[in-house]
Design a protein around this ligand. Sequence first.
Ligand SMILES: [Ca+2]
Ligand SMILES: [Ca+2]
Length: 221
Amino acid sequence: MRICIATVLPLLGLVCASAQAEIITDSYGWEDGFGTICGFYGNLGLAENVGAPDPVHSGDRSLHLVEEPIEGTPQAYLAFITGLQDGDIIDASFWRFDDSPGASPSVRIWAHYATSDDINSYMGSAGGNDDYGPGEGWDQTGWQWVFDSDAGARDALVIECRLYSPSEGPGDLFWVDDLFVQVEGDDLSGVRIYNPGNIPAPGAVVLLALAGLMGRRTRRR
Ligand SMILES: [Ca+2]
Ligand SMILES: [Ca+2]
């Protein structure tokens, strides 16, 4: 049996091209000394960039969070990922300090959908990691999401740190450090990862989103 090489080679090329995914990553450890969070929802009383004697995982700085008043489940937004498309894979993780095993206070990593022009545009829960961690000091928590645009209604993901305090308090024993975000997909030309150190003012986010839309006109559908 003969196989025509001229026919097979282009086919191989196509297979290789379609299997190549793009990957972009971002990390943030609060080392700039001023970044806190990208936004929040609920009864978050304080978010501050701190150093020793507060717990720090790496470097000299970390994020301290306070639930105030103690009710519900406050969410600190740690990352805002814009310009996403169906099937993009998002991995996010951070380190959390918790020295109360099996009991509150504890934190979890979670996420919700949004639109790229507004970090406060809640477009449905994306779920997250149910695990509260061992509570024996610093531990890394993370989760993976496969982006679902809901037929194009949403194109952004917000990574949350959810706070769980004891019902009688205290609500100020939350520390976070070493945020990491990775996005993998076929075409990430319109994707941006914002962290607490680089997120622009709300008006600037709108302008950036518009620029992203213009840049996406030539992208696949
Ligand atoms: Ca740090
Ligand atoms: Ca705990």
